[in-house]
Design a binder for this molecule. Sequence first.
Ligand code: WTA
Length: 669
Amino acid sequence: MFVSWSHFSCSLKKALSSSFLPALVIFVCPAASHATDSSTVYQVNENFRQNANVQDLSLFEEAKKDREFFWSKQAHNLDWFQPWDTVLEWDPPYAKWFLGGKLNASYNCLDRHLNESASKIALLWEGERGEERSISYDQLFNEVCKFSNVLKNLGVKKGDKVAIYLPMIPEAVVAMLSCSRIGAVHTVVFAGFSSDSLKDRIIDAGAKFLITADGSFRKGKIVSLKEMADLALASPTPVEKVVVVKHTEVPVPMNEERDFWYDTLMADAKEECPPESMDAEDELFILYTSGTTGKPKGIVHSTGGYLLGATMSLRWVFDIKPADIYWCTADVGWITGHSYVVYGPLSNGATVLLYEGAPDHPERDRFWRLIEKYGVTILYTAPTAIRTFMKWGEQWVKDHDLSSLRLLGSVGEPINPEAWEWYYTHIGRKNCPVVDTWWQTETGSIMIAPIPALHPLKPGSATKPLPGVDVAIVDEKGDSQTSGFLAITTPWPSMLRGVHNDPVRYQSTYWKKWDKGYYFTGDGASIDNDGYVWLSGRIDDVINVSGHRLGTMELESALVDHKAVAEAAVIAISHEIKGQAIVAFVSVKEDVFNHPGLEDELKQHVVKKIGAIARPERIIFICELPKTRSGKIMRRLLRDVAEGRVIGDTTTLSDPSVIEEIKLKYQED
Ligand code: WTA
């Protein structure tokens, strides 16, 4: 794309623009409701209903009667070394669950299954090139015990932070469970994040150890993770030791004092490692997620409450049973991977499929081949994947035997009814309920989703909150409405316990919107006459690209970090496949001459700063961003331009004429 606005016209424009006037506050309202209660309703078949884990409303009734008693009863589904003496201490906005209780997450995911299910397969792994591994519960237990000893020998102590930067290989699960076994706090960084993102997270978490791999496979190519890790550690970080898993076998430089091969360390490791007795409130992990400021937040999760939420929601919503072959396609780098690839399924003693590669490698039917080959019964994936499959067409699906499937799940963004219907018809063959699950990194586990045998399904609605979860749709004042902001009104066990090292941000992001002790989700929603919740997406400055959260500020910071950029404003536009796509409006510095390659250079710069998921779809070069007289960027107007809507009120703009020029520029590009 050629940049046609000259440096001269921008300078002239600036010289002519008007001066600053007093501030005006702009309120952003939640998106208007699209909810209806007249949509088609789907029921599960009789066979499903009769065998379902939850067949009646008693869980809801118990929770309604006495929420704390309900959760304490549910907590008996975990194995505790010592029972709790207080169920909940709620000192808003800080909650403590199961005080005095002692347990260990890896014990719950491994040891407790060894009596009855030692030889049961815990992990079925397939690499992109077709390599296979199958690991039983006792093998996984042995591997975790040995790696726990490796970590201890390297000097990892209870409470230490350990960064994990690994592809979707069994060692990622081993690394997470080994940390939890010895009481270390893991922080998994998605392997698609750049070295800068890895470095920022390592520094913020104060991680002294890093577990990575020589590389990973993606679409037939090798991604050198070790190279990224080396770059991240090239400037000072707290990391003292690095463990490297050999996966691609491509030679990588090793720093003799700092880097150790996983295999070599494991060869000498002792097999016995008793689990550390952890307090229910001890930190289990930190996971970074984007917010409305430039810096991602380290969301802190606890051991007891988190594990309880992940364990029970899987039983209720996914109806998990011992014979299931369960596949959640999320990467362990996201919360869905934490709760529904690792902790939830393993705590339930399930057989979990892990696949390292891309859905279209070598062909676009890879997922369906995997389901057929392994007899997958439960599939949990994202709307963006479903829309991609829709685009590729049914021909990739129809010749595969998918009759093993009995339940389908969706997560990450609102699922449009069309995608829901396609998923239901072409993947589920009209035989499997589709559970649309709403939750967040912060909530730790699913909050709103159907209990399949109880809730008739309406495509596009996540239906109702789970037992023991209280939500409300409220307005700016916190009063109930049929359409507005989604709030969670009471504390729940798997809720975040804070933002790492930032109590002020914890308060201001989640608990300041209303003075009622309500948790602010950042999502807009409406509720229909049947009490079904319809999510409409983020109402803050968070963009959801293919189910991945990115902050507009974070993207803007990455853009202005480039030497040519003076200012940047980022918005989301609707995208057929990704749900949302990133569009950046950029003004360049006065002494910089635009050149045809600048757009690509800026896109690449964002990828370098954050990762490939953050690559802007379009960059529009403009002279001046639309600002209020107090200097606040009016992204609302940019959204109007991008969506081709009638431009909203421009009277507060310091220079209303900029919007006409931006419109022209947007259409021209
Ligand atoms: C969005 C992912 C509508 C929402 C588990 C939320 C959804 C954000 C759904 C959290 C859904 C997730 N329907 N929107 N079923 N699931 N979202 O932290 O905007 O990566 O706030 O957690 O994704 O994203 P996160």
